[in-house]
Design a protein around this ligand. Sequence first.
Ligand code: ZN
Ligand code: ZN
Length: 369
Amino acid sequence: MAPEKTRAVVQTGPRKMEMRDFPLPDIDEDSGLLRIEACGICGSDAEQYAGILPVPMPVIPGHEPLGIIERIGDRAAKRWGVDVGDRVAVETLIPCGHCGDCIGGHYNVCRARGPLFGHAYVPITTAPSIWGAYADYMYLDPHSIVHPISKKLSPELAVMFNPLGAGFRWGVEIPETGPGDTVLIMGPGQRGLTSVIAARAAGADKIIVTGLTSDAKKFELAKPFGANHTIDVQEEDIIKRVHELTDGRGADVIIEVSANAPEPVADALFCAATRGRIVIAGVKGRKAVPNFISDLIVGKELKIMGALGVTSKGYRSAIRLIEAGTVPLMDMHTHNFPLEQAELAIQTLSGEAEGESSVHSCLIPDMVL
Ligand SMILES: [Zn+2]
Ligand SMILES: [Zn+2]
């Protein structure tokens, strides 16, 4: 029988979540309805949960959706090239499709429908309410972007399209990483590790990953994913060590994906080779960077670039790599949680849950407790 309503986790305020039921909306010619199989838990979910991310509430979180098309309009089916029963990965952002940024190919910075318009960022007061993937079902807007992905993969593996897409866009596309490049990845979390995988796939020469003493387990993952060296910045002098490992040259490409700590941004300038490219993707809670010496940017002709979100090219590279099965991605997967444990899932990722440490985790809505 066709379902009539969906469960969804609603965030009503900072650190406040509750389960509610919503009626399933009617689908017109251009929209669709997704049955969620899995939703990735992301570092920014923790920021949204804490109220640091400027998201209007009440809202259904969950911006890394993987699912099966339950209903779809004829025109949407044609435009998206998918039909009922197909598995799709859904992009977070829902662009307007018409503004200067969208037309110019930079739809990830589209602001035409609001400052941050996408799955998990539209409040339930905007019809049809079910915009986020912490739910059994999610609405697909006419401008949602979907990518078909193999049904042979487990949901927890397929849902890695999102962090791996970030690895490709931040670690390869933006800095144009290629053969011969030495790549320094600052921060060994989900995004750092997927940047290792992407840089390795792009043919990088040497890959170095930095982290803290408590990141020992993540360092162990970095090696089979393609890292040549790891640096514990609490035990070693990062600038000295990077120069030792690069015959005094420094790194050609630096991906800064550490969370909340601004210091690595200053270190990056010292660690970069001349004409190095530095991508900054880790947010720092609006903290200023101490010891930021801009003369290094001038003297070495450094290029510093920000990275916000992922676009289709990165997602497609990620999906191809996941489907190829050439990298042991599941080694990174640590937890599945049912919908009822969404808060625990976030707390586990952010390190608040006693004795648990998470690298990649996801919600599986129909998982039995
Ligand atoms: Zn995310
Ligand atoms: Zn736009």
